[in-house]
Design a protein around this ligand. Structure first.
Ligand code: ADP
Ligand code: ASP
Ligand code: MG
Length: 244
């Protein structure tokens, strides 16, 4: 089987969490699965980079802002590949240019158009865990672009489509999708299953647990998504066509 596993910023915020993610991915790898890992920038790195730009100018060019922001995800993937290697498992990190994840031109709000799968397939065939930057792409000028805040979820779903993955797992800092933001509404209930349309509604109401476009893409291509915690072993929430 081929699994795409995406980990958000809080799941890779420090050394302990990176090692924890690596160990969990190795469990899948050792079952004989092909494992593709998509990562966000560590912790609040993206906010920190935006702040650094603001220290220089209130009106940074969008091209240069994307050039800056994509560095965050590159730190994560390089450290994660090192973590796998330190645990004795072969791994390789790739950024959007190395994969060739093509997007529209619009800096800061680019849309994924085409993903070249050859490099990823070759690395998987060599039994490596492939660790790929979320949130970024390259446009027709070969410039780096970003997909909008929270865009790593969409990278993961797009890779699941391109690679015909059996599962797309979105690991985050809550253990699933709730009836409301569990950090704000303490008695919100966890849902075991949610349909794509219900999830789109949650997203339009401001639930940032999944990037809106990732849900649209999952619906369009019928990718079954699972939202779950990187810190606990709780069951998580399945997002699919219809809930039974
Ligand atoms: P990541 O960095 O893993 O991408 P995000 O911060 O983007 O994580 O999304 C997870 C957050 O989404 C949770 O910490 C939670 O506060 C928030 N959230 C908002 N609405 C919901 C909801 N309905 N169910 C679960 N989480 C929600
Ligand atoms: N690092 C980016 C952000 O903070 C992308 C993501 O986390 O999905 O928006
Ligand atoms: Mg997110």
């Amino acid at each position: 089987m081929l699994v795409v596993k995406k980990f958000g910023g809080s799941s890779v915020a420090d050394r302990e969490r990176i090692m924890n993610v690596a160990r969990r991915c190795i469990e899948d790898y050792e079952k004989g699965n092909d494992v593709v890992v998509v990562l966000s920038a560590m912790g609040k790195t993206t906010d920190g980079l935006l702040e650094k730009a603001r220290e220089i100018t209130e009106t940074p060019s969008k091209r240069e802002l994307d050039m800056l922001l994509v560095t965050g995800e590159q730190v994560s993937v390089a450290l994660m590949a090192m973590a796998f290697q330190s645990l004795g498992v072969q791994a390789v990190s790739l950024n959007a240019a190395q994969v060739a994840m093509r997007t529209t031109s619009a800096y800061g709000q680019a849309k994924l158009k085409r993903i070249d799968t050859e490099r990823i397939r070759n690395e998987l065939d060599a039994r490596k865990i492939v660790v790929i930057t979320g949130f970024q792409g390259i446009n027709k000028y070969d410039d780096m672009t970003t997909l909008g805040r929270g865009g790593s979820d969409t990278t993961a779903v797009a890779l699941a489509v391109a690679l015909h993955a059996d599962f797309c797992e979105i690991y985050t800092d809550v253990d699933g999708v709730y009836t409301a933001d569990p950090r704000i509404v303490p008695n919100a209930k966890k849902l075991s299953e949610v349909s794509y349309d219900e999830m789109l509604e949650f997203a339009s109401l401001g639930a940032k647990v999944l990037h809106n476009r990732s849900v649209e893409m999952a619906k369009r291509y019928g990718v079954k998504l699972v939202v779950l915690s990187s810190l606990t072993r709780a069951e998580g929430t399945i997002i699919k066509e219809k809930t039974s």
